[in-house]
Write a protein that binds this ligand. Sequence first.
Ligand code: BG6
Length: 477
Amino acid sequence: MSTFPDNFLWGGATAANQLEGAYLEDGKGLTNVDVIPQGKYRWEVARGLLSYKDLPEGEYYPSHEAIDHYHRFKEDVALFAEMGFKCYRFSIAWSRIFPKGIEESPNEAGLKFYEELIDELLKYNIEPVVTLSHFDVPLHLVDAIGSWRNRDMVKHFEKFVVTIFNRFKGKVKYYISFNEINMLLHMPFTGAGIYFDDEDKGHKDEITLNAAHHELVASALATKRLKEIDPNAQMGCMLAAGDFYPYSCDPKDVREAQRDNQWNFFFVDVQSRGEYPRWVLKYIEKENIDIEITAEDKQLLKENTVDYITFSYYSSRTSKADVSEEELQSGNAVDNISNPHLKTTEWGWVIDPLGLRITMNTLWDRYQKPLFIVENGLGAKDTVEADGSIHDDYRIDYLRQHIEQMKLAVIEDGIPLLGYTPWGCIDLVSASEGQMEKRYGFIYVDKNDQGEGSLDRSRKDSFYWYKDVISSNGENL
Ligand code: BG6
């Protein structure tokens, strides 16, 4: 079997709110993610069903310190370089640049931080892959205008991205607009700062679809502005992917899976094809949803489609027409039902390496744009041995099996794939659980779920394994 192209971008992925910490330092403003606590209230807040303002005192907020990457980024980048990373995907915290989202001019200290990070990466020939919005929204915009439900967000976001494009012109070639844009449907407060108060409860669909439309318009506008400012740079969209399989060949299950897939692909359909799928327009009409899609919006969407499709893949999902409560299972915040053919992780996420090849084929058949796997990985507990070593063979097994399928998709199916950045290449705060002990990293960070630990970094067995995978360009698995 031949191998990956020479310029294949092996690397790792993170997000500002899950690793930087320093949540109020150097002028940074609060975000939606900064007010989501760990523990029993987390899901309700994440789903927009409980206001952060109604939480009791004394909650623990893991994003505040996270793994303190803000102060240790040089050490972290040196470790990425040691593994041989060709690229590194990270996100820029909007509220470091515009603390409230509404300021006329940007916060220079915030820009400087990312400039130093990007320069440090370039020093090691690591290509920066920049996510413009990885869940975090300046909290002021959440409180003052209801976040993405409000069209004004488009102009605030435009100002933010234009600032970034101008500052990093010529240094950053790969941008991603919204991380897991479809997460709006599953974790609306985490994913987009959307909270539903009592009056909103009967209009959730309307609010969500309006927010979706504003994000889609903002994403197209970001693409347009990027091409004007830095024509050599590329814009990608980002999907929490994983095909929905029908539970059985009963046509009712097949139709259920088809519908789940349609909802899942809705955002990328618009970002990649430049227009709303007909079934969404029919749904809006049938449900009497009040949403303003102007002629200018349609033109903007049509003329500014993405250059490439990025996605996270943790598992496939399964759909069934008649589901009982007991059959429901959560995987990356998406409710689905258990698949009797597949095992799950300690956190109940389905493990399905072949599903990665299936998902890649679906995405390629659907869009015919280059793909980029920007998240994949196993969240697991690690044990530090007396000598400091960490034998995470379970993580190596998971990644190996997924890379094997990715390789088949590239080599046997001929799918153009730009790169592969496993999630949480350094241990960080989990987005769904707010835990540290759900670890994804090749690099261990000494910190526990209570927030205790030295924050020291150390190399797991997977660190050396991945280094060899990269240096052999995927030959040695
Ligand atoms: C994706 C997100 O949903 O999955 C990441 O883009 C997240 O932010 C990752 O961390 C893994 O999920 P979790 O909940 O295990 O951290």
